[in-house]
Design a protein around this ligand. Structure first.
Ligand code: DGI
Ligand code: FE
Ligand code: FE
Length: 198
């Protein structure tokens, strides 16, 4: 893949507007620009952050059936937790679509998309930026202590990741119902960043 140009960014933005719901597209723009701003702060490639933000939820507006079907077709590994909670697959399927539909072959961008929901131990700075931007972008309004996490996002990247994982696990533990099952990857990531702090 040649280096992405401003024209590519414009095309990807248009493609997202066409494939996502209005609300999801608004969220996508929020994540893209927040990720770009964080990349400036943390000296990460700004255009990669912008593109990863633009594409991170490109598979979000698909039904559970479609996510499972596409995963099977494209040989994406589906864990037991993902089979019971197929929406988690929008991250892996999103990375596959980024490759096949949107011509992205940059592994750093693809990883940031793959791990944007659960995180992973040893995240790259780009992984962390997309993970955090997804949580703090301007359109979000439900998470507890959002003002604090937003500030933290620009002060302490690992601290923001840890805080978001902690609040997400707490939220999932408090939720009743089948879609609140904790993905082992989310738990492992939290453990990793808790240990890293000490
Ligand atoms: O796609 P978005 O809504 O923008 O954001 P996302 O991809 O981070 O997904 C957010 C949802 O994912 C949020 O409701 C919490 C949930 N989530 C994160 N980790 C886990 C999880 N859900 C389950 N069941 N298990 C997890 O480990
Ligand atoms: Fe997502
Ligand atoms: Fe998102």
């Amino acid at each position: 893949m040649a280096k992405k140009t401003d024209d590519d960014v414009r095309k990807l933005t248009k493609a997202m507007e066409e494939t996502l719901s209005g609300k999801r597209f608004q969220h996508t723009l929020g994540v893209a620009y927040t990720a770009a701003a964080m990349a400036m702060k943390y000296e990460v490639d700004v255009k990669k952050a912008l593109i990863a933000g633009l594409l991170h939820d490109c598979a979000k507006c698909m039904s559970d059936e479609k996510l499972l079907k596409l995963s099977e077709k494209e040989n994406i590994e589906v864990t037991d937790v993902e089979r019971r909670n197929p929406y988690l697959l929008h991250a892996k399927v999103g990375a596959m679509l980024a490759t096949k539909e949107y011509d992205i072959d940059d592994e750093e961008i693809l990883d940031a998309i793959t791990y944007h929901t659960t995180g992973r131990p040893g995240m790259t700075d780009l992984d962390k930026i997309v993970f955090v931007a997804d949580y703090v972008e301007p359109g979000r309004d439900k998470a507890p202590n959002l003002a604090k996490v937003r500030k933290l996002a620009f002060e302490d990247l690992d601290g923001a990741v840890r805080r978001i994982l902690k609040d997400t696990l707490k939220y999932l533990e408090g939720e009743k119902g089948s879609d609140s099952e904790i993905d082992p990857m989310t738990a492992k990531t939290y453990e990793y960043y808790q240990k890293k702090e000490k």
